[in-house]
Design a protein around this ligand. Structure first.
Ligand SMILES: [Zn+2]
Length: 144
């Protein structure tokens, strides 16, 4: 399960509306409980470095990722997930999303943005042990 505050949840959705018709992306920071629940305590927006096809691809600059990770650690937060938007596409992961997901045990949040308005927001956990058996599994989002 993924727990988000109402304001972080809304900020993720608003980000997708702002970057429409392009994809937005960002990072979820927080901690993981003993029962495996990921608790998000802050989010960080990231620039989408994919300019060739920014409407259906996203990529976070590795240097930006390292900086956000370091700033999070200074606050006692770890990276627990990532988010991006799907402009005019369903809130389901694509084969590209799976191929480019590498953080096992992290959440991947996808918001569909239809004609500029955020629609569904879904979360998926990357499970498995390596690149050959990894899967994105439906995950419940709890907001509040
Ligand atoms: Zn995607």
């Amino acid at each position: 399960m993924l727990k988000l505050t109402r304001s972080d949840y809304e900020a993720i959705r608003t980000h997708g509306e702002e970057t429409y018709p392009h994809e937005c992306c960002g990072i979820l920071l927080g901690s993981i409980n003993d029962d495996g629940t990921r608790v998000v305590t802050s989010i960080a927006r990231a620039g989408n470095t994919r300019t060739d096809s920014a409407h259906n691809r996203y990529n976070i600059d590795p240097r930006e990722l390292v900086r956000i990770q370091r700033e999070g650690r200074n606050r006692g937060e770890d990276i627990v997930g990532f988010y991006h938007s799907h402009p005019d596409h369903p809130a389901k992961w694509s084969s590209t999303d799976l191929a480019e997901a590498h953080w096992f045990g992290c959440s991947y949040v996808i918001t569909s943005v239809e004609e500029g308005k955020a629609a569904l927001t879904n979360a998926f956990e990357l499970t498995g042990s390596d690149e050959t058996d990894k899967r994105l599994v439906d995950e419940k989002i709890e907001v509040g």
